[in-house]
Design a protein around this ligand. Structure first.
Ligand SMILES: CC(C)(COP(=O)(O)OP(=O)(O)OC[C@H]1O[C@@H](n2cnc3c(N)ncnc32)[C@H](O)[C@@H]1OP(=O)(O)O)[C@@H](O)C(=O)NCCC(=O)NCCS
Length: 165
């Protein structure tokens, strides 16, 4: 079945909670997610097959940036491009809403996530030593900055240079 991507609202909170529970031991409560998904400064994006939520991204959108809170693809649906689809959708939202960049933290040992972010053009901009517990581990701070539009380029079109899509 094909997948659809869309922005999540408060009524998606139970499905988002269930998905996060399948991925992390620190899933936020349905009530907290429902509250945040109704807030202008919070963004949730989901990838669905029919009504089933298979992957999600959540982020705060503050100070010109999208700060990623969580990226989750259901274990049974990994390595099928859903992570990429979700993150590219968030990149498009960031471009179209005038935000400047996406920032996130990732465990240094999280090879799947680091592979995903590298593929999408994220660069390391910092390091938080021993940031995570259980196991204790460094956090890499990664960022993706909206590509600059070249004024001299493309005579009248608004094509972006350095476009990762
Ligand atoms: C990280 C995660 C979101 C990736 O989702 P996904 O849907 O499996 O990713 P995709 O299929 O879109 O893969 C995109 C790229 O990521 C990299 N990647 C994904 N899984 C990988 C793995 N197991 N090993 C190495 N690289 C991997 C590859 O570069 C891949 O491109 P390719 O398939 O062309 O080689 C998923 O593994 C997940 O939910 N992990 C648990 C939660 C988590 O760690 N979240 C990130 C917190 S910062």
């Amino acid at each position: 079945m094909p997948h659809d991507v869309r922005v999540l609202g408060p009524s998606d909170a139970p499905a988002l909670h269930a998905l996060e529970q399948s991925v992390t031991s620190a899933a936020w409560s349905v009530e907290r997610l429902a509250h945040l998904l109704g807030e202008a400064r919070f963004l949730g994006v989901g990838v669905f097959s029919g009504t089933d939520l298979h992957g999600s991204v959540t982020a705060y959108t503050i100070g010109g940036e999208a700060e990623i809170v969580n990226v989750a693809v259901h274990p049974g649906w990994r390595r099928q491009g859903l992570g990429q689809v979700l993150m590219r959708y968030v990149q498009d939202i960031v471009v179209n809403t005038g935000l400047e960049r996406i920032v996130l933290e990732v465990r240094s040992s999280n090879a799947p996530a680091r592979g995903l972010y590298t593929k999408l053009g994220f660069m390391q901009v910092g390091l938080r030593p021993h940031y995570y517990a259980d196991p204790r581990e460094d956090a890499l701070i990664l960022a993706w900055t909206v590509p600059v539009v070249s004024a001299s380029c493309c005579a009248g079109s608004s094509r972006l240079i350095n476009n990762h899509h």
